[in-house]
Design a protein around this ligand. Sequence first.
Ligand code: DX5
Ligand code: ZN
Length: 246
Amino acid sequence: LPPAIIAPSILSADFGALGKECSDTIGQGADWLHVDIMDGHFVPNITFGAPVVTKIRSHVDRPKAALGKGTFDCHMMISEPKKWVKDFQKAGCDLYCFHYEAAIDSTAAETPEAHSDQKTSPKELIKYIHDHGMRAGVAIKPKTDVNVLYDLLDGSNKDEVPDMALVMTVEPGFGGQKFMPDMMPKVEALRKRYPNLNIEVDGGLSEKTIDTAANAGANVIVAGSAVFGAQDPRDVIAKLREAVEK
Ligand code: DX5
Ligand code: ZN
């Protein structure tokens, strides 16, 4: 199994003190920072864009190895994932995780013109992200079948193969929602087929739900409210890690 990676979601951090929140959570034992980018279109909520990522990046040491400690794991809940690759690369994103649904849905873009300009297949988009020196992740929403990822993960051209799969365990858009255990068959299927794959779960992870996710085979654990709402975030991060490692 690949190593346990704990990635607190800064969606639940204090946005008025984001730089410090980021460096604090790394100091408390987090491996990555999970950075939720929402455009108010792909999901019914808005967070922030590349200029904010640029500013908070300077508060955290860059990872020494690919996907090492300090990795900025940007979860792109946006309708036009190709359009923002350059800006996020410049802002210091290390792992650009787009939604499969946004890459294939021709209705996702605001105007047909905008879309035709940016239209790309998931494979092309993965290559484009790699060409920009970032790792690529592909996320699927709860209603999306896990099978769509197999074609990508089985690809023979490694430039087009994702470095991580993100199985959403809530409908994307908001922190603090209830974990969906019925997503675990997706994680199990992925772990069975790809023993070394980084499999991330996002939504409703806490000390209560971590065993379910870890037993299914998830190794990259996102937790927003469970970490930032805790009295002792260090303890929560340690407990999440223990559950994955045991
Ligand atoms: C939801 C976001 C999550 C969110 C998780 O759309 O993708 O990363 O911050 O928050 P919790 O851990 O509170 O469910
Ligand atoms: Zn997320």
